[in-house]
Each structure stands twice: as C-alpha cells, then as structure tokens.
Design a protein around this ligand. Sequence first.
Ligand code: SAM
Length: 279
Amino acid sequence: MIPSRFVRQSLFMVCLCIIVACANISVSSEYEPFVGQEGKDVIWVPTCQVLVDQMLNMAKVTPQDYVIDLGSGDGRLVITAAKRGARAMGIEYNPDMVALSKHNAAKEGVTDKAQFIQEDIFESDFSQATVITMFLLEEINLKLRPKILNLKPGTRVVSNSFTMREWKADKTFDVDDNKNCSDYSTAYFWIVPAKVEGTWNLPQGELTLKQSFQTFSGTFKSGANLLPVTNGKLSGDLISFSVGNVKYTGRVSGRTMQGTYESGGSTTQWDAAQIGKGS
Ligand SMILES: C[S@@+](CC[C@H](N)C(=O)[O-])C[C@H]1O[C@@H](n2cnc3c(N)ncnc32)[C@H](O)[C@@H]1O
C-alpha cells in the first residue's frame, strides 16, 4: 500500500514538473517584438487596431476575399481579415514574427483562414490577392507599384500612412484624434485600374487613349471629326468617359470593352476592340 502511494505521489510530482517546465518553455519562447525593431527593408511598427479595422472596411473585405499583408509583422491585419471570414496570408521576412503571428492566429482561433510565410515581399508571389494591405514606406511602395499595377484589375490596395506618389489614392481616411491612434493614422486606398492605353476600334470611329493610372484622356475620330475624350476614369475594370456631350460607361475585359452611352435622352450600346497597345 505505502510503496504504491509513494509511486503515485512521485509520478504526480514528475508530471507536475513536466507541466511547469513546458509552461515555462512556451512562455519564455513566445517572442516579444519591440516597436521600432529592425526589419529587412522597414522597421516593425504595428498598425493600431482602429486603423486595421478601417483599412479592411475601406477595402470592403468579405469572406470571398483573399487578403495578403505585405510585411505582416505580428499578423494583426491577417488575423482581423480572417476573423471577418476572408482567407488571408501574411508575408513577413522575420521568422520570429512569423512564429508569433501563427501563435496569435491560433489564440484567435483562425488558423484555418490565416496563413503566414517567411519570405521577402520582393521575391514573393501575391498575384492571387483580391486585397493587398501594407504598412511599409513610400519608397518601398514605389518599388512594388509596377507589380501592383499588374495585378488583376479591381484588386483593392490599402496602405497605412504611405502613398504611391503620382498614383493618387481613390480614397483616404484619417482616424479621429480621440481614437487613441495618433501616429500612423491615415489609410490610402486604391483600386487597380484596367489598362486601356492605345487605340480602340468602335463601329462609330476610333478611340485613342493615353492613360495615367486610374484616369485617361484622348481623342475620338469619327470620319473627318476629331473630338477630345474627357473625364476618362477607371475603377478596376469599370470605365467612364465623355466625348462632347455624350457620356460613355462600360466594362473593360482585356482587349475588348462594352457598355452604353447616353445621348439626347436615349441609351445606346457600344463596344470596342483594341487594335493598338499604348507605349
Ligand atoms: C511597419 S511594419 C507593419 C506590420 C503590419 N503590416 C502592421 O501593419 O501591423 C513592417 C513589417 O514589414 C517587415 N518587412 C520589412 N521588410 C520586409 C521584406 N523585404 N519582406 C517581408 N517583410 C518585410 C518588417 O519585419 C515588419 O514586420
């Protein structure tokens, strides 16, 4: 009787020691980053949660989206997007931050939706994203800009604090002063525009367009008439422009586009095919 009780007590103490040791290991191995710590191209500063929420609101993230955060830090944008039901991935160079993000995703119960990979954003493939989020630097945004502009038209992009310079934001948001997010509290939002620069053939004439990001201008040649194209705008693959008093709206699909125009109170269908690419 006594030896078996002694054995049970000993076993209990051994188990207790193992549990305490494991708990200590898991606590001490939980990496604690500090604001301002070095990153490969950008230091780590977390986006405050109120702006995280707003960035995802601006992009209108839904469960149909695939959100990719470039330089994902502790994973907060990815985890918040996953909690909204979206599939989300963080690309982060610092392996300790990747491990911490996975740990945070597990704590929040979103490991099925939130994925993290240790990679350099300049080497990674984010072409499948429907929403890109980032908190980098303007010079880094500019280096990434050509790749971002080549994403599928309609891809939404949100940046904390840093612009894309000449590619003006479609929307900007500033967090209220009283929301405890005084630094890095502005978000910029863009929609990747379709590419329309070049010459387009319409049954009524020829459209020649010069594009600058989400705006464009040009001319419309119909017989001997040459009219300016004004108010040219793109929102993803949605296009609108005016030729004289006639307002065209439509949708771009690769090298074709179609829609309707309004003139003299009536609505007429139009379509166009690209016959020459721009420079
Ligand atoms: C300003 S923090 C933003 C973190 C997070 N996106 C957020 O908004 O809370 C930038 C992050 O980018 C990471 N980073 C810097 N250069 C990188 C690179 N070339 N590839 C991947 N991650 C990078 C840093 O380690 C850091 O975690």
